[in-house]
Design a protein around this ligand. Structure first.
Ligand code: HEC
Ligand code: HEC
Length: 397
């Protein structure tokens, strides 16, 4: 009996000590300093803090322009709230990584990964994901395993009544809300994430919760969203040549200056720019988006001048009164930032192209894409809309 009692006593003492060491702060610090496991814990915490800090620096440089420095979103257009707790509850690291690397082509959200010609390598993206996740104050909800079956037809009327105003007739998104039917989103989002978001909403954003909808109706909405994927899955991205430098910045170097009338002293219309290109006017056109967007499709003759690299690049621009125009997809956030910086540095003739690249493309004005590795110089690739050969300048015939 006695040895048994002694063993119990020892076990109880051990349990008490480890409880004390892990719950009471000074005792925990003592444990961290004087045990191997404790020192390993400290090293892991330091490494995590360093990754969060690196992620924060990347976030401020590349993401805050649209998603806001504090992560509450909507600094530009419908860039959502990345620090929203109901978002972080369901956004897995894999979901975040793919949203960042592959982006949402066709929206202002660029593909930031190196694989697409963007500026961020895998390690930088991983640090960014660790930073975004570090802002979660609520535990992750396990939604990945949830699979939903529903009947899209039963909720089409409900969609038109309750969702269409913000997310668009077929979920393509609008100036107030994200797209729901972009293939890059639907390929990575789980049914459980969609169901959770519809039920819980995103407090503090325009996305309200719909707790009163019966569970089956929510599942029908999930099925409807899946059925509306608005264009086929993205083709595998071609392997683009790296973006060129700024050697041939000035378009039509021997041409006369264009005669622009600016709206609000700041914006020039796409039609006026297309006309000036057609007339062979001297100017510079800067693409203010991430380099991956430039590779995919850009205004013919424009060079990549991403907003996040502007400090290093302005010294290369002509300071002789040549018109310098900037554009992006937002349509004004990144390009506006570039033009503000140029004006601060006293460049005389600068303007934002008013409507952005989406408008330019859909109106059939001349576009080009980066050269593709291994393709003949004049090859035309069908991925982006209305694409002409790289470096082609001038209007469409
Ligand atoms: C030029 C503006 C802009 C910049 C810069 C930008 N984003 Fe976005 N981002 C958006 C928009 C707009 C969306 C919504 C796209 C849509 O409608 O599908 C978005 C979507 C996202 C999403 C998906 C959210 C969801 O719920 O589906 C993530 C994650 C994200 N951005 C992270 C980032 C990170 C990280 C960076 C910096 C590397 C960044 N974004 C830079 C505009 C931007
Ligand atoms: C008043 C505008 C508005 C209405 C109406 C609305 N939403 Fe949203 N929705 C938003 C916004 C804005 C977001 C992004 C919020 C954020 O910043 O996280 C969003 C996000 C979402 C998301 C997550 C998207 C993502 O990329 O993570 C889903 C799913 C969604 N809404 C479904 C619906 C459905 C289904 C309805 C109708 C029953 C609906 N919404 C009605 C504005 C709206």
């Amino acid at each position: 009996m006695v040895p048994l009692r002694a063993t119990f006593g020892r076990l109880a003492a051990l349990a008490l000590t480890s409880a004390l060491l892990t719950s009471c702060k000074p005792a925990h610090r003592f444990w961290q300093r004087h045990t191997r496991a404790g020192r390993a814990e400290v090293a892991a915490q330091r490494a995590h803090a360093a990754r969060v800090q690196r992620g924060r620096v990347t976030y401020v440089r590349y993401c805050a322009l649209c998603h806001r420095a504090d992560g509450l979103g909507y600094a530009a257009d419908h860039a959502n709230a990345l620090a929203n707790q109901q978002f972080l509850a369901v956004a897995s690291p894999a979901f975040l990584r793919s949203a960042i690397v592959d982006g949402r082509p066709g929206t202002p959200m660029s593909a930031w990964g190196r694989v697409h010609g963007g500026p961020l390598d895998d390690r930088t993206v991983d640090d960014l994901v660790v930073f975004l996740r570090s802002r979660a104050r609520v535990p992750r909800v396990d939604v990945e395993h949830v699979h939903v079956s529903g009947h899209p037809d039963d909720v089409r009327a409900l969609w038109i009544e309750r969702c269409k105003n913000c997310h668009g007739a077929t979920g393509e998104g609008s100036t107030t809300a994200t797209s729901l039917t972009h293939p890059n989103f639907l390929h990575t989002v789980s049914d459980g994430y969609l169901r959770y978001t519809i039920t819980h909403g995103r407090p503090g954003t325009p996305m309200q919760s719909f707790p009163a909808l019966p569970a089956q109706t929510v599942d029908d909405l999930v099925a409807l969203i899946r059925s509306m994927q608005h264009f086929p899955g993205p083709p595998p991205p071609p392997n683009y040549e790296p973006p060129p430098g700024l050697d041939h910045l000035v378009l039509n170097p021997t041409g006369g200056p264009p005669n622009f009338t600016l709206r609000e002293g700041r914006f020039v219309s796409s039609a006026d720019v297309a006309q000036a290109l057609h007339d062979g006017r001297r100017m510079v056109i800067l693409d203010a988006r991430a380099t991956s967007d430039w590779s995919r499709s850009h205004i013919a003759g424009a060079l990549p001048f991403p907003f996040y690299d502007i400090q290093d690049m302005t010294g290369r621009l002509p300071h002789d009164g040549t018109w310098i125009l900037a554009y992006c997809a937002c349509p004004h956030a990144a390009s506006g930032h570039v033009v503000d910086e140029l004006r601060t540095r006293h460049f005389a003739n600068t303007a934002v192209i008013d409507e952005g690249i989406g408008f330019w493309e859909s109106h059939g004005y001349p576009v080009a894409h980066a050269a593709i590795v291994g393709a003949p110089a004049d090859a035309v690739v069908g991925a982006p809309p209305a694409v002409v050969a790289p470096s082609a300048v001038g209007p469409k015939p």
